[in-house]
Design a protein around this ligand. Structure first.
Ligand code: SF4
Ligand code: SF4
Length: 240
């Protein structure tokens, strides 16, 4: 274990953890929040609430641009108490569509991608924070089992696509993005409903050779639309 309570784990190392509504620290991890939201987190939450991506971003998030990368940084908007806008006394009100970091806790997942094969290797860190009383409880997990139990498969898949374009950006365009690229990055990944209008009503992708199947699905399916946005950014802005 490191000094700050972080333990490196392989995908098959075990840890004992259980989080239930009866635990004295219930909801503690949904306070004092500084939580980053990924494009797929936003997709799931805005659909859960049945509102547009623009309204979701305005109502529930804070957005700024990373000063060194020029990339969007989106976090939950919290009040003075730093509580998540979706926490209630009964727990998470958007549980089935909660963001990936809520699902992953108490683990952190990092990936490395082989340049030759594109194969992804996963690394895990167990975060043992003092306020969390879920450790040492009566359930034993591996990271693999935790990911399955928490429904993280589609989140990890989409977040890995995002990491791929961030790595490409760092490699090909290390400084801050210009205003136009920033706008395209934001709209095609974070403001999906506006992106759909740009694609299917304004013809923004005219010179881009999209996978016809994904393109067709993107008319009605937000996950396909996000995949389309990632490919477009990769090929047009970062020339991947
Ligand atoms: S989304 Fe749900 S689980 Fe995540 S911090 Fe908010 S209330 Fe907690
Ligand atoms: S602090 Fe830990 S045990 Fe307590 S509710 Fe949050 S995740 Fe569960």
């Amino acid at each position: 274990m490191t000094e700050n309570g972080m333990i490196l784990l392989s995908s098959e190392d075990t840890f004992d953890f259980s989080c239930t509504t009866h635990i004295p620290c219930f909801n503690e991890c949904c306070r004092d929040l500084n939580q980053f939201l990924t494009p797929y987190d936003i997709l799931r939450l805005k659909n859960r609430l049945n509102i547009s991506s623009a309204l979701f971003l305005e109502r529930y998030t804070r957005q700024h641009t990373g000063p060194e990368s020029g990339l969007p940084v989106v976090t939950f908007k919290t009040g003075p108490d730093l509580k998540c806008p979706f926490v209630t006394s009964e727990g998470c009100s958007v549980y089935e569509d909660r963001p990936s970091s809520c699902r992953m806790y108490p683990l952190m997942r990092m990936i490395s991608r082989s340049r030759e094969t594109g194969r992804i290797t996963e690394h895990f860190v167990l975060l043992k924070e003092e306020h969390c009383l879920g450790f040492g409880q009566d359930r034993t997990w591996t990271a693999t089992a935790w990911i399955k139990d928490q429904g993280l498969g589609p989140y990890n898949e989409m977040n890995d696509r995002l990491m791929e374009i961030i790595a490409l950006k760092n490699q090909k365009h290390p400084g801050p993005l210009d205003i136009k690229s920033r706008h395209f990055f934001h709209i095609s990944l974070y403001d999906l409903d506006a992106f759909r209008t740009q694609v299917f009503e304004k013809g923004i992708l005219t010179d881009f050779h999209a996978d016809p199947e994904i393109s067709e699905a993107a008319k009605t399916d937000d996950t396909a639309l996000l995949k389309l946005g990632v490919e477009w950014i990769k090929q047009t802005i970062f020339k991947g």
